[in-house]
Design a protein around this ligand. Structure first.
Ligand code: FE2
Length: 385
């Protein structure tokens, strides 16, 4: 069979369907170790850099199993195609390369319906497997609100029209440091309004409407309520949203594993104390039956049986006892400082882009935006220990 191609969406389907396959990543070792394909179930993956295929073709081919269909991944597309051709020439039966390269995987969004179909509104989680992050869409009678959109405008546009809806508002949970927000582009292209908290966006160069703790918004005339909960700590303007008194879109404040790290702004002590205050006086006072919809996850083990990242607050408080049982601001700060690790350098630049202070073209944005988030205060094991 000749060399085939597949898309990032196909790859997500292969992974969720547990197709028998081998992912052959031909990027260099550093790039592979920094960021590689992850899925909800175990699968075979091997890293053999394409320059190895150029220098030692036979030895490199030996490293690739002939037992399974081979899905080749590279940075841009060309080297996966090049390696794919070598494999086909050497008798491999089923070989395909990722069209558009790894960045298309990095930008992919997979929609999952969250609430029952009997509700008058629909709430979707848009999982971004390449970033280990989630953003959300709320739809009611032809209108759509997006929480924390990424810059995959094409996806939102297609999704909204498939639901016969118009994007009317984007809500930001905070000034993101780990990915480029899509709000500005959505506002420019659709006329949607951006809502965000001044605590993070006061210096933003673009137009937005300010949100405040305790405010209530609605979608449509009789749609579900959206309650604003200012939940600072990860950033000063961090905000969570309670939808229909059932769902808590928690941004980077409450995760299923861990909490959002308060050290990314270079003020670890100050922001830790703020986060402790938010947890003690706000999060713990919420209805523990709320379904938390986080902005990030650590890995797929946090997903439920429907491959959705959602967990009752009650369960989260249990899972993360090590964090939530800390009963003083000092102990909490010490815990944060003990678990602190370097923040990726590119985060400063992403913040500037998200405030409107820096413009980047598509290629630069693709490079800045690639890779898994590092927004949680602890690695998952640290929480369990
Ligand atoms: Fe964040």
């Amino acid at each position: 069979m000749s060399l085939q191609s597949y898309s990032a969406k196909d790859l997500f389907d292969f992974l969720t369907n547990q197709d028998d396959m081998l992912v052959l990543d031909v990027r260099n070792e550093d790039d592979f170790n920094r960021f590689n394909v992850e899925g909800p179930f175990p699968f075979d993956m091997v890293n053999v850099p394409y320059f190895d295929f150029m220098e030692e073709e036979d030895a490199s081919i030996q490293k690739v199993s002939r037992e399974k269909p081979v899905k080749v991944v590279c940075a841009k597309e060309g080297s996966a195609q090049y390696v794919g051709e070598i494999l086909v020439k050497n008798g491999f039966k089923d070989v395909a390369y990722l069209s558009g390269g790894i960045k298309t995987w990095g930008n992919l969004l997979a929609p999952k319906r969250i609430n029952p179909s009997s509700d008058s509104y629909s709430l979707f989680q848009f999982i971004r497997p390449g970033k280990a992050s989630c953003n959300y869409g709320l739809l009611y009678e032809g209108e759509m609100i997006i929480f924390d959109p990424s810059r995959n405008f094409e996806f939102y546009e297609t999704f909204a029209s498939s639901q016969n809806a118009k994007i009317v508002i984007t809500f930001e949970t905070h000034l993101q440091a780990d990915y480029i927000s899509g709000s500005k582009q959505i506002a420019n292209e659709t006329g949607a309004d951006i809502f965000a908290h001044e605590g993070d966006f006061k210096d933003a160069t673009f137009k937005y409407s300010t949100i405040n703790d305790g405010e209530i918004y609605t979608i449509g005339e009789n749609g579900p309520e959206i309650k604003v909960l200012h939940s600072p700590g990860h950033t000063p303007g961090s905000t969570s949203y309670i939808i229909d008194d059932k769902y808590l879109i928690s941004g980077d404040t409450v995760f299923i594993q861990s909490v959002g790290r308060p050290d990314l702004g270079g003020k670890a002590k100050e922001w830790s104390a703020t986060l402790f205050d938010t947890i003690t006086n706000k999060v713990l006072n919420l209805d523990h039956g709320l379904n938390v919809l986080p902005g990030h996850y650590m890995d797929w083990s946090e997903a439920n049986d429907h491959l959705v990242f959602s967990e009752k607050l009650e369960k989260i408080l249990d899972l993360n006892e090590a964090v939530y049982e800390l009963d003083s601001s000092e102990k909490f700060t010490e815990f944060i400082l003990d678990n602190m690790r370097d923040s990726p350098k590119v985060y400063d630049e992403i913040r500037k882009v998200n405030s409107g202070w820096m413009d980047v073209d598509m290629n630069e944005a693709d490079i800045m935006d690639l890779g898994k988030n590092e927004c949680a205060a602890t690695m998952s094991n640290a929480v369990k220990d």
